[in-house]
Write a protein that binds this ligand. Structure first.
Ligand code: IVH
Length: 712
């Protein structure tokens, strides 16, 4: 389970930390560092954040304070030493010539005053009496860099770890606000940084359309932006209304030097790049504090989401004198607003059964606007919260939203009616299958102990199995799964592969054509690569990233099944909890039987080439790794292979598959309706192959002849 912050108020953290004894403090430091590495990965690499921004900020601050108290215990890979996350492999890497830094946070007026005092101390005699600051809204989107050469947009990358991000030019080109050519006399080279984001109205509209089309709604505008900009196919970004605000320079060549941050932003604006009109220069930190309050009061009326304000020393000469620490400049700070709170009425409490049987109470609320979006549901996390908050149906409650669309219930507003309302009780039996619920021994989680026949768990497991990042079975949406489970056509996941055309075409909203399509989708899912099969199994605590680590390490399902605790702990990213879950999962005869049934149904769980060796490069020294060092891009529709399968086979042969064509691409695999990638490959002289040629290339080379027999 995720670590929770020690304190919910940053102001009292220091005190709480100083009260920890040494051993507790040190062990908390180490646990926090690992936990934040995990959250960084979920957020930056997988677009699957588990905690809201506020919680992240609190945990991060706690880690900073603990590291200040125990400097000898700072792990070398501590998140306080790194910016953002490592780039994901499918997009081309994008190097930042000038590192993209992050910002330190401030949560109160006192911390801003301290920031001002620190700057003055650092500047010493050079410090002006009153420092001018540029105050800018802090957009909650995705940081990106755009490169213009002679006024033409030639590059775009995400921040990544600050030094190397991912190439997103193909998607940046589709953003209407991003000029493809600068206005006026352009600099010879410009790298400009800013935030890519969705406006709130556009976000809500897009989500409504997604839900109407049977897709899952995005959790918040920032996730949606991150998920969109990192798509391989630019048509997805083109169809979504992303926007951009520029907020700083990386480097500029061939333009007159500018003396201040605000002059830089004006110049950026004059070149035709969008700059936030709410940016303003403030004289001294007190004016900054007033400006932040005023911006906070305006926050709910903005057409986009902000999570704070950025305060920057305006004079470039002072910025240069101040310089930067490892990951943050000394001349700028991000003020984070406390999460916005509103009151509404608790209309009901529902109980949802998750994939692992955990029962989550959900508050049903009278719809209310908070942080620019309308909400009618709030999570209650666990059973204890109903008791601790003493929530009763009909109560007026305070809710807060911190980045996510689904807010939290903070407390009940005392009113006269509260005592007369019946106390809410947690069900003793599963609302879906009536099994007696059990409480996890060490956790506040209450579970339905019936993974096999609880229809809610089965439905969730089937949907997870079929999801895009697992077996990617197109057409298996929630309405259909409800019917399959409801009619007992599917009583365990492996039954999917036994479904017949007659069974499927008889279901609501399923014609003969859809039944054919689903059977074809099931058929092609049988060959999914090992990592996806592992994700699909739904082993508790094993998400997509861990599944990939396990597959790369063990290289076959059987090796993983046989692994003991010590071997599991050798895997990068696997800790004690994950190891325990994996062992428990494969130790359960029900899971083993299900794996056997999947195998008998043709699901291959394909081995990766090479032996299990943590040090070995995937497919390192084997004969099958003959494509090592070769980079492929796949485009268009291939006649027989699914893209995923083509990718898996290339990777299995040692090659790498990326999303965009560059001079480093070795081969473009082009199918029908190949578009701009084909054009680009031709321009760059990249070798272009069709599917048949790819299949030929995938054949391992004939073994080298052995030593010649001795001549007689
Ligand atoms: S300036 C060295 N200005 O906040 C200066 N950043 O935690 C670096 N952000 O990833 C950034 N609005 O993308 C700056 N007006 C603004 C911003 C802003 C949002 C993001 C930025 C960075 C993060 C820093």
């Amino acid at each position: 389970m995720s670590l929770r912050p020690l304190e919910s108020d940053p102001a009292t953290l220091q005190q709480a930390i100083s009260e920890l004894d040494d051993a507790t403090g040190r062990s908390r430091l180490s646990a926090l560092a690992s936990e934040l590495i995990r959250h960084n990965r979920l957020y930056h690499e997988l677009d699957a954040a588990e905690i809201d921004d506020r919680t992240y900020d609190l945990l991060y601050r706690e880690l900073e304070l603990l590291e200040a108290r125990f400097p000898d215990a700072v792990p070398p890979d501590s998140p306080t030493r790194r910016v953002g996350g490592a780039p994901v492999s499918e997009l081309e890497p994008f190097e930042h010539r000038v590192p993209m830094l992050s910002l330190a946070n401030a949560f109160s007026a006192e911390e801003l005053q301290e920031f001002d005092a620190r700057i003055k101390r650092f500047l010493g005699d050079d410090a002006p009496e009153v420092i001018d600051y540029l105050l800018e809204p802090k957009l909650d989107g995705l940081a990106a860099e755009l490169i213009y050469e002679d006024g033409v947009l030639v590059g775009a990358g995400t921040r990544g770890d600050g030094l190397v991000g991912e190439d997103i030019l193909h998607n940046a080109l589709t953003i209407r606000d991003v000029p493809l050519r600068l206005e006026g006399p352009p600099p010879t080279r410009l790298s400009v940084r800013g935030e890519i984001f969705f406006g709130l109205a556009e976000f809500e509209q897009m989500n409504e359309a997604r839900v109407a089309g049977g897709e899952k709604a995005f959790e918040n505008p920032r996730n949606a932006a991150a998920g969109t900009i990192r798509q391989l196919d630019p048509r997805i970004a083109a169809a979504r209304p992303l926007t951009f605000f520029a907020h700083s320079f990386g480097e500029v060549e061939g333009a007159e030097a500018m003396q201040s941050q605000h002059a830089q932003l004006e110049r950026i604006g004059a070149w035709g790049l969008p700059v936030n009109p709410l940016n303003r220069v403030c004289s001294g930190i007190e004016e900054v504090i007033e400006g932040i309050e005023a911006l906070g009061a305006q926050r709910n009326d903005l057409t986009y989401e902000i999570d704070g304000a950025v305060v920057k020393v305006d004079a470039i000469a002072l910025q240069e004198q101040l310089g930067a620490l490892t990951r943050t400049p000394r001349w700028a700070i991000a003020f984070k607003y406390p999460p916005e709170q509103v009151t509404t009425v608790l209309e009901d409490i529902g109980f949802q059964v998750g994939r692992t049987g955990a029962i989550t109470p959900v508050a049903h609320l009278a719809p209310v606007r908070v942080g620019g979006v309308t909400v009618s549901r709030a999570t209650l996390h666990n059973a204890d919260q109903i008791v601790v908050l003493d929530l009763r149906i009909g109560d007026t409650v305070v809710i807060q939203r911190a980045g996510d669309v689904i807010p939290k219930v903070v407390r009940v507003v005392a009113d006269e009616g509260h005592d007369e309302r019946p106390v809410s009780v947690f069900p003793t039996h599963c609302p879906e299958c009536s099994a007696s619920l059990v409480r996890d021994p060490d956790k506040a989680v209450i579970r339905c102990p019936n993974p096999i026949s609880c229809p809610a768990q089965l439905t969730a497991a089937v949907l997870h199995f079929a999801s895009r990042r697992a077996m990617d079975i197109d057409g298996l949406g929630s309405k259909l799964v409800d019917q399959l489970v409801g009619r007992k056509l599917v009583t365990r996941v492996s039954d999917l592969y036994q479904l017949t055309h007659a069974q499927l075409s008889g279901l609501d909203r399923m014609g003969s054509r859809s039944a054919d399509n689903l059977i074809a989708a099931l058929e092609s899912s049988r060959g999914r690569p090992l990592e996806r099969c592992l994700t699909a199994l739904g082993i508790p605590e094993v998400g997509e990233a861990t599944a990939r680590d396990l597959a790369n390490h063990f290289r076959s399902l059987d090796a993983l099944i046989e692994a003991d605790r010590a071997q599991l702990l050798e895997v990068h990213g696997v800790g004690a909890v994950v190891a325990e879950r994996v062992i428990a999962f494969f130790g359960d005869p029900r899971s083993r039987e299900e794996i056997e049934r999947l195998r008998r149904a043709g699901v291959c769980f394909p081995d990766l080439p090479g032996v299990a060796d943590p040090g070995a490069q995937p497919a390192g020294a084997t004969e099958a790794a003959h494509l090592t060092g070769k980079t492929f891009v796949i485009t268009g529709t291939l006649p027989t292979l699914q893209r995923d399968d083509a990718r898996a086979r290339i990777v299995a042969a040692g090659g790498k598959v990326t999303g965009s064509v560059s001079s480093k691409t070795s081969f473009l695999i082009a199918g029908e309706k190949a578009g701009s990638k084909l054009t680009k490959a031709r321009q760059l002289g990249v070798a272009i192959l069709d599917e048949a040629q790819l299949l030929q290339l995938l054949q391992p080379p004939a073994p080298a002849p052995g030593p010649s027999p001795p001549k007689t």
